[in-house]
Design a protein around this ligand. Structure first.
Ligand code: UDX
Length: 441
């Protein structure tokens, strides 16, 4: 089987590399020639633990190659994965022009019967549209089948997830297509669920929307905990022990970010709206997340009402640890608001600083370490729960003008911060305050 993957973004590259790792011949196609040149040398365009190592290994084993020439990449393929981006339109719907372009390229270049597998997250019905585009433009009698095979990889652990996922979903409408795609995926040794194409498309959106719902739910509970004096960590643990609920995705924080949850929740609201269904619950999830991303600023201004001219350290910029991705990260909104209110912002992230410099407000200063960022600062805001931040020696906060830490990810134990004399506000837990102060709720 010769496999081609169209698009070497996060999904496409991880898909191509892991398929080569289980023994397939894979060619990854991307129009960006510079990027292709780098990938040929095993240089990954994204920070993803383990990815570069697997790229180099499989390039050397001649199972993995890269090209910017569509025809070259597609003409010998038996199976073609579409893994291009589906960014968000202004109204929240998924932008499908890259998918359409990929389908048109496929039909123009193929020289064999192929199975086209859609990895990109696409609205229900898109695979039917891909099939229509291909059938209507096909000038030969080649046979083309279309399969939906959504991805469930988490950034930062995508390689691990490829080999230890909970399921592989295959949506197809022929036994032949099921068999081929099942056989390709068998070496992953992950349970396979076979279903119809539309349901496969929906599984992806429904899964992401459900996980986002869990996060917004626990964030709301955490806000209520704060008002009532309960502790969200204990509440999450107690809830998670119920296997019907499950312990994952119950970590309260400053909301979800990333390339999937924000985009896919809004897209699903649109998908439902297109068939005249108002997805009220999911609209609530999205609104709660927006509110939650602003929470850390409210906590800060509760402590320092006027932050103009104050030095504020921001620790952690990526939307979660182990990635350099800032897409929809709370750091965008938080730093923007800090600058707007006249604060002097000094930021630090273990990995995402290069990306941050291209994304965040240009008046932000960057530090080379946690220590440098917090030195003489009036407050430190924690936005990402990197291990480096969680494991920091707490005495470092004594370098601040007046140790005040506002933690959006509950990185430290309240009692430890108390012991170190640090004023500490976190999410859904009692505050650690300096002596003689009343604990605000
Ligand atoms: C997600 C899905 O998990 C994955 O299956 C899908 O393929 C792509 O989208 P990803 O965006 O990489 O993966 O990260 P994930 O680990 O799911 O975290 C998303 C966001 O939710 C992060 O901002 C994270 O900090 C936040 N989160 C996650 C919480 O706030 N609390 C939690 O308990 C879990």
């Amino acid at each position: 089987m010769e496999i081609a993957v169209v698009g070497t973004g996060y999904v496409g590259l991880v898909t191509g590399v892991s398929l080569s790792e289980i023994g397939h011949h894979v060619v990854c196609i991307d129009l960006n020639k510079d990027k292709v040149e780098k990938m040929r040398k095993g240089i990954s365009p994204i920070y993803e633990p383990g990815l570069s190592e697997l790229m180099i290994k499989n390039i050397n084993a001649q199972r993995l190659s890269f090209t910017s020439d569509h025809r070259k990449g597609l003409q010998q393929a038996d199976v073609i994965y579409i893994a291009v981006g589906t960014p968000e339109n202004a109204d929240g719907s998924a932008e499908l022009s890259f998918v359409i372009e990929a389908a048109e390229n496929i039909v123009a270049c193929i020289e064999r019967d192929v199975i086209v597998v859609t990895k990109s997250t696409v609205p229900v019905g898109t695979n039917d549209m891909i099939k229509d585009i291909i059938q209507s433009q096909l000038t030969s009698d080649l046979k083309v089948e279309v399969v939906s095979n959504p991805e469930f990889l988490k950034e930062g652990s995508a390689i691990h997830d490829s080999f230890h996922g909970d399921r592989i979903v295959i949506g197809a409408d022929s036994e032949y297509a099921f068999n081929v795609i099942e056989k390709i995926n068998q070496p992953f040794n992950v349970p396979i669920f076979k279903t119809d194409i539309k349901s496969a498309e929906m599984i992806k959106y429904a899964s992401n929307a459900f996980l986002a719902t869990k996060i917004s739910f626990i964030n709301e509970i955490s806000n209520i905990c704060e008002l009532l004096g309960a502790n969200i960590e204990n509440v999450s643990t107690g809830m998670g022990l119920d296997q019907r609920i499950g312990s994952q995705f119950l970590k309260a924080g400053i909301g979800y970010g990333g390339s999937c949850f924000p985009k896919d929740t809004k897209a699903l609201i649109q998908i439902a709206g297109n068939v005249a269904y108002e997805f009220e619950l999911l609209k609530g999830v999205v609104n709660v997340n927006k509110k939650q991303q602003g929470l850390i600023i409210r906590k800060l201004t509760d402590c320092i009402p006027d932050i103009s001219g104050k030095k504020i350290a921001v620790l952690g910029l990526s939307f979660k640890p182990n990635t350099d991705d800032l897409r929809e990260s709370a750091s965008i909104l938080v730093t923007e608001e800090l600058i707007k209110q006249g604060a002097e912002v000094v930021a630090y992230d273990p990995i995402a600083m290069d990306n941050a410099k291209t994304v965040l407000n240009s008046s932000i200063q960057y530090a080379d370490s946690i220590e440098e960022a917090i030195e003489n600062s009036d407050a430190a805001l924690i936005l990402t729960d990197w291990d480096e931040i969680k494991n920091v020696d707490l005495t470092v906060f004594n370098k601040m003008k007046n140790p005040l830490v506002i933690d959006g990810r509950n990185c430290f134990l309240v009692k430890d911060m108390e012991t170190h004399g640090i004023e500490y506000r976190s999410i859904g837990r009692p505050a650690a305050v300096k002596k003689n102060e009343v604990t605000p709720i």
